[in-house]
Design a protein around this ligand. Structure first.
Ligand code: K2U
Ligand code: ZN
Length: 173
């Protein structure tokens, strides 16, 4: 169990289409644990494997609805969206790989997702509200897509330049 460093945009691994996972091993279970710990430490409510440099189709989420509910950590292996609603919702998104930058993104308001869990069981669940936004944001990461890819080119360029400056400053520190 360890907190891993989160890659900052721009990074080629964040633009990579990740490869499917073909077997659920103890090593994968350890990695999922590290991703959950990294997510909680950030803090965030979702994290995709490429964000810690592993271009595999694995994401974690904690679909807890509010503070006084017990956390509900979820590990989704090879997730696929099987249905999306026509209705859309707009959410001001952020990203742990693009710190302190926020922008409104419109996405389907409800999605149905199927995946394999850590017990190698096939799962399928519908998500709505913030969790629909989160799971779509994370699955985008597995396809090398970032929330800034939905923005106009000039806005995206400005954010990318800010991140390049941030990375230069962090390298000097
Ligand atoms: O993939 C990530 O960078 C994790 C994001 C997931 C996320 C982005 C936008 C909307 C929902 C989820 C982080 O969890 S951003 C932190 C955060 C925390 C609470 C609510 C929304 C975003
Ligand atoms: Zn993100």
């Amino acid at each position: 169990m360890s907190v891993k460093p989160i890659l900052i945009h721009p990074d080629p691994r964040l633009k990579t289409r990740c490869t499917p996972i073909d077997s659920v091993t103890d090593e994968l279970r350890e990695l999922a644990d590290d991703m959950l710990q990294t997510m909680y430490d950030a803090p965030g409510i979702g994290l995709a494997a490429p964000q810690i440099g592993l271009t595999k189709r694995l994401l974690v989420m904690d679909s807890v609805k509010d503070e006084d509910e017990p956390p509900r950590p979820m590990v989704l292996i090879n997730p696929e969206i099987t249905w999306s609603s026509e209705e859309t919702s707009v959410y001001e998104e952020g990203c742990l790989s693009i710190p302190d930058q926020y922008a409104e993104v419109e996405r389907p308001a409800e999605v149905r997702v199927k995946w394999i869990d850590l017990d190698e069981q096939d799962r399928e669940e519908s998500f709505s509200g913030l969790w629909a936004t989160c799971v779509q944001h994370e699955i985008d990461h597995l396809n090398g897509k970032l929330f800034i890819d939905y923005l106009k080119p000039l806005r995206r360029q400005m954010i990318t330049r800010k991140m390049q400056k941030l990375k230069r400053e962090r390298a000097r520190a």
